[in-house]
Design a protein around this ligand. Structure first.
Ligand code: SAM
Length: 281
């Protein structure tokens, strides 16, 4: 599906497309505004955990983050079908100035639920030991706290009655992901990613491809694929406004779903474009 361009959203540009979907680059609000009302069955996405803010011990609930997220959530609610699902990764964080946690993620979920329009259908825990904790002062350097190796995924909807195929994902597993109820385990292989993983040449100044690969391992294709299989049927629209290196697009392509994905970073969309374009070869 090709997003229509909303007036004033010239900043959102098409990067590449397939028969199934379009990758755009621009601010996520502009991208979402260009999508029609009530068309997406699933929004599966991983925004920055703290938004554009630095997590601080004096501001552990970060009302600024809740405000930052709000316009995205308003547009997501408009774009979703009334019985569509939002599956969003939002973890707790370390404050920069002291070894304490910030809970901007819980603030955001509380604020959504308090508004009365959303329900929390279930939360998932993703075991991701590789990248959540890289270079963290309190665990890696000073060793005063433990490695952060689990992030949270919140499954939200405006109605408790969303279509769901629990049987369809029973036994879902590959090298990357195994599901034990609401606990998802990440292995250390990218072998099962559909299409090529990011590699050398994708990120300037990254000749070994290490930085590019780190991007992909934050969000293996199997992860959105799990939620796509659980919550959508073939042909239905899946949206990711913070699409990074394109895992959601690749998962939607692999499962025959329509998709619309977007990110504002040159680096991430460059990697996503290469991975999506490689599917055509
Ligand atoms: C945690 S990463 C997503 C990783 C992604 N799931 C992947 O597979 O690579 C968050 C992404 O949000 C993007 N982002 C942050 N703020 C944005 C905004 N206002 N509009 C669009 N993209 C944004 C960043 O560029 C980053 O790629």
């Amino acid at each position: 599906m090709t997003p229509r361009t909303a007036p004033g959203d010239a900043a959102v540009r098409t990067v590449t497309s397939t028969d199934g979907g379009t990758l755009t680059q621009g601010d996520a609000v502009g991208f979402l505004r260009a999508l029609p009302d009530a068309t997406a069955r699933l929004v599966v996405t991983s925004p920055w955990f703290t938004g554009p803010f630095t997590a601080s011990s004096t501001d552990p609930t970060s009302p600024g983050f809740v405000k930052w997220l709000d316009p995205f959530l308003t547009e997501i609610a408009r774009v979703l079908r009334p019985d569509g699902s939002l599956v969003m990764e939002l973890g707790c964080c370390w404050a920069e100035d002291a070894p304490v946690r910030t809970v901007q993620n819980f603030s955001a979920i509380n604020s959504l639920l308090a508004g009365g329009d959303w329900h929390l259908l279930q939360e998932f825990y993703w075991y991701n030991p590789g990248f959540l904790d890289a270079e963290v002062e309190w665990s890696d350097r000073r060793r005063e706290r433990f490695e952060d190796c689990v992030s949270m995924w919140f499954w939200l909807a405006r109605t408790p009655d969303v279509p769901v195929d629990v049987q369809g994902v029973r036994g879902f597993q590959n090298h990357l992901t195994r599901a034990y109820g609401n606990f998802l385990v990440l292995g250390d292989s990218t072998a099962d990613d559909h299409g090529p993983g990011p590699g050398p040449g994708d990120v300037p100044g990254d000749p070994s491809g290490e930085r590019a690969r780190a991007h992909a391992e934050r969000f293996p294709v199997a992860l959105p694929e799990y939620f796509i299989r659980l919550l959508t049927r073939e042909g239905e629209l899946v949206v990711d406004p913070f699409a990074g290196t394109g895992a959601t697009a690749l998962a939607a392509e692999a499962t025959g779903r329509a998709w619309a994905c977007n990110d504002f970073s040159d680096e991430a969309t460059g990697i996503a474009q290469r991975r999506i374009d490689a599917l055509r070869r």
